[in-house]
Design a protein around this ligand. Structure first.
Ligand SMILES: C[S@@+](CC[C@H](N)C(=O)[O-])C[C@H]1O[C@@H](n2cnc3c(N)ncnc32)[C@H](O)[C@@H]1O
Length: 227
């Protein structure tokens, strides 16, 4: 048995042991993956985010995967701007539309309270100042108060991180018809928050596309056709 073979057997035993505890592990030693972690760390240093480093890498990969797809980008659920910084860093050309009440969650739901995650628009503007030419703010309740501001746009990437059933379902109904073929929608807190699972399943039950769970608390869907 070679040393490399012995090492891979030990690693596999470790993975299997972790899986028995309902955990998984991945490594970032390949230079491409290590580079992804470095960029994620850079963006995460700008603002706190409840999105883990591994989930941030998934988010970054999804953003980069739409580089050839025309259309703008959007995030609903900005809080302090942590994941917005990551999206802007991952995609240097496109505009990013940011939707948030900037006064926190509009309702309670699952284990969350109304008003949680209240960030201020001014502090997010400061955090994202290096990207200011590519950022558009849409403060208010989405989609009812701010959806009309982007009614005529087409999108290549949408990140949903709203934590609530109603808003997420509303955002799916709003953005999905506006996404170009090849565009990606990524949703956080799947399957951790029951309301998000309900919104995703309810929405995609009526669409030809399906959602794909990722290894963190996220799922994504790729738009197949133009509406
Ligand atoms: C978990 S935080 C977002 C975290 C952020 N993506 C990050 O990782 O840095 C959820 C955000 O969604 C916003 N939000 C939830 N429902 C909303 C709605 N219907 N319209 C606008 N903002 C909403 C809240 O104000 C809050 O800032």
């Amino acid at each position: 048995m070679t040393l490399n073979f012995a090492k891979s057997r030990v690693q596999m035993a470790f993975h299997v042991a972790l899986s028995k505890l309902n955990f998984g592990m991945t490594n970032y030693r390949h230079p491409d993956r290590a580079e992804a972690l470095t960029s994620v760390a850079r963006a995460r240093s700008l603002a706190y985010t409840a999105t883990t480093p591994l989930e941030c890498v998934e988010l970054r990969n999804a953003v980069r995967a739409v580089s050839k797809v025309p259309g703008e980008m959007a995030e609903v659920g900005v809080y302090l701007g942590g994941t917005a910084a990551l999206i802007l860093d991952a995609m240097p050309e496109k505009h990013l539309h940011l939707f948030d009440t900037f006064s926190g969650l509009p309702d309670g739901g699952d284990y969350l309270q109304q008003g949680e995650y209240a960030g201020s628009k001014e502090s997010v503007e400061r955090t994202l100042s290096a990207y200011k030419d590519r950022v558009r703010f849409h403060p208010g309740l989405f989609p009812s108060e701010t959806g009309h501001e982007v009614e005529d746009l087409r999108f290549s990437f949408v990140h949903l991180d709203m934590d609530l059933y109603e808003g997420t379902l509303g955002a799916l109904r709003f953005f999905w018809p506006k996404m170009n073929p090849g565009g990606i929608l990524l949703c956080h807190d799947y399957p951790q928050i029951g309301g998000i699972v309900r919104a995703i399943h309810e929405f995609f039950a009526g669409e030809p596309e399906s959602s794909l769970p990722l290894s963190g608390q996220q799922c994504l869907a790729v738009k197949l056709r133009r509406e």
